[in-house]
Ligand binder design. Structure first.
Ligand code: ASP
Length: 349
């Protein structure tokens, strides 16, 4: 079994500088010295560090493309992949990976840590070793058990594009609010096979999508939001907008707001309604105030996370720059299990 561990940066790849106490990137040898178990396991593990290692606050779509291309270029040489990443934007990168790597049938497991590797109570070792075990896991027929992009943290494995960083303090830093965990690790790792996404055709070749369009904005509604602010965002050189609404997808009922949205939609801007609530789904049309959004041509984001929606939008706009209808259609459907489109919610279309 051969596993490739790709180190992109973040706390998990940092060590404390004994002179001033500040965190700095660990070199590969230091990293190996702190986790000797890596090389005692009965599998072959290679480590590939990014140069330079980056704090995940600096990660951008070019880095997503670099991560996806690294997996793609090494796909036939390894049985599974682990990506070490800073926790701050891990859910964005891991979501992007799930859209960039089409027809995946090997595991790509993201993990990181809240405390740097080498610190006495660090969660780095446990997260890394569990992620490696999951990346290597095979059923009795030798098939990969989790052939999708996932995120492993503090004993839980989630579908990557369902996750959100929820806690800056506790070790349990991630949550998947709208989809159950794919596996739980205690003494044994228990996989919930019925929840895992399996490719339809195993023999389909891996396809890489790395084009992105960054002209995307997140417009979060708040009581008292003003017309000039909304106008400034919608009249800029923008291609896609994530409209973060209240509750089941509601927004204020003032006319200027709907006219601005309808005008932007007419100009070809894709606007998707995403609730500010962590749990639950957008249901446009349930209340009169969201009926107006429907009339303006705003699409439903159902129960998708902002992280997954942002990555999906950037990638679709990059892949189909001249086919806005295709972008809209794909945004309204789940590609790799990133959202639940129930008939109950669909009836409003
Ligand atoms: N700032 C760090 C990062 O996201 C935090 C972490 O890794 O937990 O890169």
């Amino acid at each position: 079994m051969k596993i490739l561990v790709i180190l992109t940066g973040g706390t998990i790849s940092m060590v404390r500088n004994p002179e001033n106490g500040a965190l700095r990137p660990a070199d590969l040898d230091t990293f190996k010295a702190f986790v000797p178990e890596l090389f005692a396991a009965d599998m072959s593990i290679d480590m590939l560090p990014f140069d330079p290692l980056i704090d995940s606050s600096d990660v951008n779509p070019r880095d997503w493309a670099k991560m996806a291309t690294t997996v793609y270029n090494n796909y036939d040489k390894y049985d599974g992949f682990v990506i070490l990443h800073g926790t701050d934007t891990m859910s964005y990168s891991a979501s992007a990976m799930s859209f960039m790597l089409q027809n995946l049938n090997k595991a790509v497991v993201f993990t990181g840590s809240q405390l740097p590797v080498g610190v006495l109570r660090s969660d780095a070792k446990e997260n890394l070793l569990t992620a490696i075990e999951i990346a290597a896991a095979r059923d009795s027929d030798g098939n990969c058990i989790v052939p999708e992009v996932s995120l492993c943290f503090e004993g839980k494995l989630f579908r990557a594009n369902r996750t959100t960083k929820k806690n800056a303090e506790h070790f349990e830093a991630f949550e998947s609010f709208n989809y159950p965990a794919l596996a739980k690790a205690g003494v044994h790792i228990h996989y919930h096979h019925g929840l895992i996404h399996y490719p339809e055709g195993k023999s389909l070749p891996l396809i890489l999508h790395t084009k992105t369009d960054r002209r995307v904005a997140v417009l979060k509604l708040f009581p008292g939001i003003t017309e000039p602010l909304v106008k400034a965002i919608l009249s800029s050189d923008i291609k896609g907008v994530i409209l973060e609404t209240y509750g089941s997808g509601n927004a204020p009922s003032c006319e200027w707001f709907y006219l601005l949205l309808a005008d932007a939609v007419k100009r070809g801007v894709v606007i998707v309604n995403k609730t500010q609530c962590d749990t639950g789904s957008v249901e446009m049309g349930r209340y009169e105030v969201s009926m107006n959004l429907l009339r303006a041509g705003v699409l439903s984001g159902y129960d998708i996370t902002t992280e997954a929606l942002l990555a999906k939008m950037m990638i679709l706009l990059g892949e189909y720059p001249n086919d806005i209808e295709k972008v809209k259609l794909k945004l309204q459907n789940s590609i790799v299990g990133e959202m639940t489109v129930s008939d109950e919610h669909r009836r409003y279309f």
